[in-house]
Unconditional design. Structure first.
Length: 410
């Protein structure tokens, strides 16, 4: 029997053909909600200001999905860029509040209202960052009365990346976040540690990120047995700077503990770190941004995968589950309380070290190197199967469908 068709209006800045990590959660939800009976209308952007683009992801958007792509005010982008270049950081913070996507906000709100009146959705779903998606959804909800589910892929008011913003903006972010969490029928978070203003602990639904088995390459894709390739897949920016790992590797090479001629660090993705330069003595290959399928292939071709999460944050990184599903051992440099550290340690999926402990980082790298010399670090099929069983994107969509049902009174 076919499931009853229901409608959801999705407000998401990041959606194909845009690429990058922020796209995956929403895309996979839309993809796997369709067979569960949910027809989606997605309000996104056609702005070309965001550099990462991945047209191959359009193939995963269901035929039943209607996508509305709106413009965004470029003036907001240029004003904030000028402030940043002139090192007017307080002005930059104010001009980019609540986020870099605020030039999209008025268009998203108007398009969302039009879509709501045309499609008569059962529920509105918005996802952040950017937080402008929630503000647009709040407008749609208040003017139409349609129930609303707000999804937080990252923290906002409590985000450690915003710790140095003006105090007035921090208070404003908390106030607006409280308005979102108190007016939404349901609040969804990508991790249970999130602190959201107005949402007491336990008063939100955790739906973790995951992995889509359809994204994994065939068994013939594997590492080069003659090189030890340590791959970091993802964007480097802000405090996500793996220089402690590169320094540790350089020290090991200088001491002759590892063979520098057989070791290479492969940085797969965009580098948004001003003045980033690897230490001498470490071979580093930089690919730049790759589409999602090729990025996952890079994971499977690596000898080991670097997951670097600064100690100040508990965010495990959305790529954790694809890392685990690749079956390649993980060099996990993260806080011991981070989900990534717990899974890598408990599942014996690699080695863990604290990002502030240089000695532990060296020992972790050396341990992987010696294991590679001994047995070549074969693929961890048990970890792979356990990840696909526990953290599939299709199962996450089932959880979201239940939330949408509850919010809409279905």
């Amino acid at each position: 029997m076919q499931p009853e068709r229901r409608r959801v209006l999705v407000l998401a800045y990041f959606f194909p053909p845009l690429g990058g990590a922020g796209v995956q959660r929403t895309l996979k939800f839309v993809k796997y909600l369709a067979p569960l009976g949910w027809r989606a209308t997605v309000v996104s952007t056609r702005s070309r200001l965001y550099p990462a683009r991945d047209p191959t992801l359009l193939e995963e958007v269901p035929d039943t999905t209607r996508v509305v792509r709106t413009p965004a005010l470029p003036m907001a982008h240029w004003l904030s860029l000028v402030a940043y270049r002139l090192r007017m950081m307080r002005a930059f913070a104010w001009l980019t509040w609540p986020d870099g996507g605020f030039g999209w906000l008025p268009f998203a709100a108007v398009s969302g209202l039009r879509a709501a009146r045309r499609d008569r959705p059962d529920v509105v779903y918005s996802t952040s960052p950017p937080q402008s998606a929630h503000l647009a959804a709040l407008v749609v909800h208040r003017l139409t009365g349609i129930p609303w589910v707000a999804d937080f892929r990252d923290e906002w008011a409590a985000d450690v990346h915003r710790a140095d913003q003006p105090a007035a903006l921090s208070r404003l972010a908390a106030r607006v976040e409280r308005a979102i969490t108190t007016r939404a029928a349901r609040v969804v978070v990508a991790a249970d540690y999130f602190e959201l203003a107005g949402a007491p602990a336990g008063d939100h639904v955790e739906i973790l990120n995951g992995v889509d088995a359809a994204d994994l390459p065939g068994d013939d894709v594997g590492p080069d047995p003659d090189r030890f390739v340590l791959a970091y897949v993802g964007t480097l920016y802000g405090i996500r700077n793996p220089e402690p790992v590169l320094r540790a590797l350089a020290c090991l090479a200088d001491r002759g503990a590892v063979d520098r001629d057989r070791v290479v660090v492969r940085l797969v993705g965009s580098i948004w770190l001003e003045g980033f330069e690897p230490p001498p003595g470490v071979a580093v290959e930089v690919t730049g941004y790759l589409d999602h399928i090729r990025a996952v292939e890079e994971m499977c071709r690596a000898t080991a995968l670097l997951l670097y999460v600064p100690g100040a944050t508990l965010a495990p990184s959305g790529k954790l589950f694809e890392y685990l599903a690749s079956g390649r051992p993980i060099l996990c440099i993260a806080n011991e309380h981070n989900l990534a550290s717990r899974l890598v340690r408990d599942w014996d999926a690699g080695v863990v070290a604290d990002p502030d402990d240089d000695t532990a980082i060296e020992a972790a790298i050396l341990g992987l190197w010696r294991r590679w010399e001994a047995d070549g670090l074969p693929r961890q099929d048990g970890v792979r199967e356990r990840t696909l069983r526990s953290y599939s994107r299709s199962a996450a969509a089932v959880s979201l469908a239940a939330v949408l049902d509850q919010a809409s009174g279905g």
